[in-house]
Design a protein around this ligand. Sequence first.
Ligand code: ACO
Length: 707
Amino acid sequence: MRTKTDVDSLFEPRGVAVVGASHNEAKIGYRIVENIVKSGYQGGIYPINPKGGEILGRKMYESLSAVDGPVDIAVISVPEKIVFDTVKDCAAKEVKHLVIITSGFSEVGNVEEEQRIVDFAHEHGMRVLGPNIFGIYSASASLDATFGPGGILPGHVAIISQSGALGVAMIGKTAAESIGLSALVSVGNKSDIDETELLEYLAQDEATRVILIYIEGVKHGERLVDVLKTVTRSKHVVVIKSGRSKRGAMAAASHTGSLAGTDEIFDNIMRQCGVLRAESLQEAFDWARFLADAPVPKGKYGVIVTNGGGIGVLATDACEKYDVSLYDDQKTLKETFAPVMPDFGSSKNPVDLTGQATAQDYAKALDATLEKDGMDAAMALYCETALFDVDKFKEILRREYERYKGRKPIIFSLFGGDNVDHIIRTLGKDGVPVFSSVYEAVSCMGALYRSWRNLREEPEAPELYDFDADAVNAIIEKARGQGRGFLLADEAQEVASLLGLPMPHSIVAGSIQEAVDAAEQIGYPVVMKVVSKDIVHKSDAGGVALDLDNKKEVVDAYQAILRSCRAYKKDAVIKGVEVVEMAPPGVETIIGARQDGAFGPIVMFGLGGIYVEVMKDVTFRAAPISRREAQGMVSEIRSYPLLLGVRGEKRKDIDEIVTVATRLSSLIHRCRDITDVEINPLVVYDRGEGVKAVDVRILFKKRPEVK
Ligand code: ACO
């Protein structure tokens, strides 16, 4: 048995066979051979078709076994029924990678055949790209083994696409927008090679500066998170994910046979990884094109240069939206722009040269910005006026861009009629980042700065709390032995105390007398809750009594709880009643963690009550998280100001929230049998006064029933 190959040789193969190379120009098998030949690939090209003959003036081989040279890639473009036999031929030829174009596998429910191919391939040291794909392009090998329209320009953007049709269309789109590619890979059903492995390769590929991923569903999210966190240290990663809307998610799920994860979770986790998520394909392409050539900013302050006040205000709004800081030292702004400023212009940022400015004034203002230390990026806006000679202006912009593009990030936004459109088209084709919309332009600058901030931040290791995981697992195992999938209150508290979580004082009482003793020991007021493996929703069963102030109320409540619970479920086994210290009021938050279908262990934080239920003001991270990531969760929710203290209230104990979040993250990361854990509420007090985990619920995988 050969060992499994890594993906490197997929991008630099010594020889490529096309199995199913057709004589018919209208067929996919013909197009692939044509693209390989036209792209200038220098390795061995082996079209395979049992009929033999010639294709594009080259020999058509009757079988793989007739090929002399090494074949690292076999592009398979034969009908589904004969793919497996073809794969067997590939194994005999010691092919390394199967690039299976053919559709009709897991995406239409034919999971077994797909798995049979992958298993066989692995047994014979082969890797599988696809099936259900349009192929692969590698600039380093000058190889276009796709059935796209051809004409791919080599460059610095790598594209990984889960969608075939969109991926093919991207070939035309990138060529039309002069976006050069370092690689383009179609992953289709991701039966073996997925985006994670491709990212690992692209991370060390020198030509690649930006990686653009079109994704429909995440399969091995935990590994993906690890890899993305590393890749974003050296490359810009832009992701565009379909399935934002509920209907979109359903369409994506049926499209590729993989379930699209919940959009908020995906969104939050991508941000956690330093990935830029684009709203639309156009935005993704705009970002990719800009980021591929933009230099690393030296600092965070941008300057807007404009000849129109209104467009300047729009750009200022866009800077706020996309988090681009504006240079604000008014004295320096005045000194810098006074020599080029008309009388009624404004040197405040936006630097407004007014409609009276000429193309030369404009060039001088741009020079002044780009030569000035501390002015780190330029956003140059232009509203069409009669004072500009269009051709001259076009050349000025080109010259400014060429002169400064390696030193400072620059974007242009021009607004006007046909003349302006002509400039945008011409300069755009030559790679100058020029847009008609101010928002599109500033959005690119915002993407660069987000990526830059991520790169500047020292990575912080996850905070792994060293708790007794064996003891937690033993508690779960015992409960599981009783056929349960959840922990009782006292068991959940045991887990919480193993994690060192601050909880209200509580005692389980098996009789009225024990309940009274417990209440006196804890101190009034107390809360009482039923403890029964048969009652999960205690309030619904009348199993909770709040705010008990004295012995009589405890006695009455004990009897009432037992009575209601028996009425709710006649044969419920009641272990007793938990007497709990009544936590003083504070800000109610909720912290949860669970095993997510796409990303594995994840953590959630939000404000409790209506904030979580109605406003869905929650945020997620992939576990395990660092303290900084936990802090980021807390400050990211919309109701964060409530924790900072509003209307004269003191700041709340955010540090303690962070500690609890990292502990739940450690729990869900290490104890994989736990499916859900939720502290609701986690009551938060003023800074220095801590938090209290008032209710802890833990669910786990039940033991499968033996039939
Ligand atoms: N070895 C090599 N070649 C063979 C073999 C063999 N064992 N058996 C047959 N062939 C030849 C055929 O003779 C034919 O050549 P010819 O045209 O010269 O006679 C060639 O292989 C192709 O076989 P066909 O039966 O003609 O199959 P066709 O080309 O119509 O379809 C294909 C094959 C394209 C793989 C099809 O089954 C398919 O899956 N199409 C969908 C592809 C797709 O969309 N992929 C998804 C992503 S891209 C996107 O969505 C845009």
